[in-house]
Design a protein around this ligand. Structure first.
Ligand code: SG4
Ligand code: ZN
Length: 261
């Protein structure tokens, strides 16, 4: 089951040779979102997303996921509102997924895993001069999480899927000039939000998580294309890029707020 796959991944993946937990961590991610324990906050604003498709730069396989990176030198692709006090700039997005459809997401809802989860990573360029500095601060990052569920073909995602064979191996990178990731975000405005961390080292407690309630639908072939990627470089013994998610972390003294009743 999922718990064995975690151990296998943790044992095999070099990224996780560093500690799995942060000693004294109080706001680690991911978490299980218990729907009935989330608290409706009528003061939460709608999240406003404004992305410029031409800020898209490239796709690279970094040996843990594939990343689509954006030019974040100006405020051309940003989010504002929701739980955020500043405007945040889009830096990159990536996914986490399972070897099979029964697991793969990092967050769960009422203990249910989705087969994959999209993360759009933004940083607070109002308060901090660089992404690297924002990573170290409590209000430095804002990540939008979107669950992927099995269903109909997703046209917007297919543009990405078509590019994946070119970044099959670790450390490969290809140009990807124009892409609007808002096509991957459900139009339903409802979200949960909580204070958490990065889900890979350095696991810093710098992330305001914004988890969309409604998943997007993708088809089996699209998930299979993710699973054809490799953790390994060209020439190494091939290891499929699957189960690249962190285990659930304790909620501790935190409240998950919802934007909806
Ligand atoms: C993935 O490993 C990305 O490849 C990382 O991006 C990312 O790290 C990491 O996930 C953690 O992000 O939204 N899951 S997460 O908490 O964005 C950062 C890179 O390594 C710092 C560039
Ligand atoms: Zn992530």
């Amino acid at each position: 089951g999922a718990c064995c796959s975690y151990r296998l991944r943790d044992a095999l993946h070099p990224l996780w040779q560093s500690p799995l937990t942060i000693p004294g961590g109080t706001r680690q991610s991911p978490i299980n979102i218990q729907w009935r324990d989330s608290v409706y906050d009528p003061f939460l604003k709608p999240l406003k997303i404004s992305y410029d498709p031409t800020t898209c730069l490239h796709i690279w396989n970094n040996g843990y996921s594939f990343l689509v990176e954006f030019d974040d030198s100006t405020d051309r692709s940003t989010i504002v509102g929701g739980p955020l006090e500043n405007q945040y700039r889009l830096k990159q997005f990536h996914f986490h997924w399972g070897a099979i459809n029964e697991w793969g997401s990092e967050h769960t809802v009422d203990s249910k895993f989705y087969p994959a989860e999209l993360h759009l990573v933004h940083w607070n360029a109002v308060a901090y001069p660089t992404f690297e500095e924002a990573v170290m601060e409590g209000n430095g990052l804002a990540v939008i999480g979107v669950f992927l569920k099995l269903g109909t073909h997703h046209e917007g995602l297919q543009t990405l899927v078509d590019a994946l064979p070119a970044v099959k191996h670790k450390d490969t990178i290809i140009e990807f000039d124009v892409f609007d990731p808002s096509c991957l975000i459900p139009s339903c405005p409802d979200y949960w939000t909580y204070a958490g961390s990065l889900t890979t080292p350095p696991l810093t407690e710098s992330v305001t998580w914004i988890i969309k309630k409604k998943p997007i639908e993708v088809d089996e072939n699209q998930l299979e294309a993710f699973r054809m990627l490799l953790f390994t470089s060209d020439g190494e013994e091939e290891k499929r890029m699957v189960d690249n998610f962190r285990p659930l972390q304790p909620l501790m003294n935190r409240t998950v707020r919802s934007s909806f009743q």
